[in-house]
Write a protein that binds this ligand. Structure first.
Ligand SMILES: *Cc1c(COP(=O)(O)O)cnc(C)c1O
Length: 423
């Protein structure tokens, strides 16, 4: 480390201590990585992936065997009947939007079981008066069950609401987003699925699976979710996919989503893959390992900042439900120093100094540290934070642990240089 980076010797002692604390959590992560890597490898083998699948189609993309086989490989990798995995999904939000529009019809109601959804879904659902082109605009109603005082889904209230009225969709967001509530483990999602299926068997269960893929040995599709969706510039793209998204789950629902992605009557049969099949296959193949590395980086950040006297959630030794680590830094100066230090450890744009700015759609100024090969890819080491109490940084990603470790250490070094921490 000291050969390449100027890190305070006392901080390097804490680095060693933090890595010692991480020994057992890392062993747990390795077990999950091993399981998921073997699962994904066997899906490649079972579906006979060949050199011919790695090429691409043009024009309409009819009979693109590479694209169609990838959808089978992906489905098997997440324990689903079927999947749509396409570079044509422009973001996670677009993918979730296609999933919702794919299955909902005018007059239907969505019940969100996990409180207020992720910021960008507000516009899709048409909450808060944003309605142009939203589900609300098309006559689809939205309701939510607030989280309980511990930030957990309120199972009693969910039961009550489901028994009072008929809902077409129960919506679950696995990851915490920019809140401090605990992310949902697959076990917790199973409890919710069991409730929905027992109280209201016809209600479809749709899961925003962003940041959760390959963090556990199974996905929500194995415990009752009808559809899950996520972004390929997060976990399942393995840091290799440059754009795209996926929806996985029940075959007939996947077909419906295909009609929304392209158009009715045509659906998923079209869509030129151009030259991206190769990187989507490689990304999926790399994903279990890359997610493991991101989990190690998150764990290490929790341990190191714990030693420095800062609270992080989840705790470094807690069971993880996604790749996010929130570090509670307490002050605006600390938050800015943290993000600026982390940027210094990025492989791309390390010389840039991030500053807080008024980002459209946010009430507070936001600061972001990101120096990624793919713009906005948060499977690569990144941190972002709104400048408001409790001045927490949401940290995620890291293509490999050792570069992630350097980024986290440089964040601490930057705080040290600003006199925010003393050793
Ligand atoms: C990232 C994310 C999204 C949206 O993905 P974008 O690619 O940013 O549009 C939705 N939900 C959650 C929980 C996310 O983390």
């Amino acid at each position: 480390m000291q050969d390449f980076f100027n890190i305070n010797p006392s901080l390097l002692c804490l680095d060693r201590e933090a890595r010692k604390l991480c020994k057992e959590p890392f062993e747990e992560i390795e077990k999950i990585t091993m399981h998921n890597q073997h699962k994904v490898l066997s899906a490649f083998i079972n579906n006979g992936v060949s050199e011919a699948h790695l090429g691409g189609s043009t024009g309409y993309g009819y009979d693109d065997r590479g694209r169609d086989t990838l959808e089978k490989v992906f489905a098997e990798s997440v324990g689903a009947e079927d999947s749509l995995i396409r570079h044509n999904f422009v973001s996670g939000t677009h993918t979730l939007s296609v999933m919702l529009f794919g299955v909902l019809r005018p007059g239907d109601t969505v019940l969100c079981l996990t409180g207020r959804p992720y910021d960008t879904l507000i516009g899709v659902l048409g909450i808060d008066g944003h309605s142009d082109g939203s589900l609300k605009d098309f006559g689809i109603h939205y309701e939510q069950v607030e989280l309980d005082k511990n930030g957990e889904p309120d199972q009693q209230e969910i039961r009550k609401r489901l028994s009072e009225k008929s809902y077409k969709v129960a919506y679950i967001q696995r990851s915490r987003g920019y809140s401090l509530r605990p992310s949902l483990t697959v076990q917790k999602i199973k409890e919710l699925c069991d409730i929905v299926k027992s109280v209201s068997p016809n209600t479809l269960i749709l899961v925003d699976n962003c940041y959760g893929e390959f963090v556990d040995k199974i996905e929500p599709t194995s415990v009752g979710a009808d559809l899950v969706a996520g972004s390929l510039i997060k976990n399942p793209g393995g840091g290799i996919a440059r754009t795209g998204g996926y929806i996985a789950g029940k075959h007939d629902l996947i077909e419906s989503c295909g009609y929304r992605l392209t158009c009715a009557g045509v659906g998923r049969e079209v869509g030129a893959s151009l030259g991206v099949n190769r990187e989507l296959y490689m990304g999926l193949f790399a994903a279990p390992h890359t997610v493991g590395e991101a989990l190690k980086t998150a764990t290490y950040a929790g341990a190191l900042f714990g030693l420095l006297g800062f609270e992080s959630t989840p705790a470094y030794n807690a069971k993880r439900a996604d790749i996010i680590e929130s570090v509670l830094l307490g002050t605006e100066e600390a938050l800015i120093a943290f993000c600026q230090g982390m940027q210094k450890g990025a492989p791309v744009d390390s010389f840039v100094t991030p500053e807080p700015w008024d980002m459209p759609g946010y009430d507070d100024k936001v600061i972001m540290a990101a120096g990624a090969f793919t713009l906005g890819a948060s499977i690569e080491l990144s941190a972002d934070a709104p400048l408001r109490e409790p001045y927490a940084a949401w940290l995620q990603g890291g293509l490999n642990f050792h570069s992630g470790q350097a980024g986290v250490l440089l964040a601490a070094q930057s705080m040290l240089e600003k006199g925010i921490i003393k050793l």
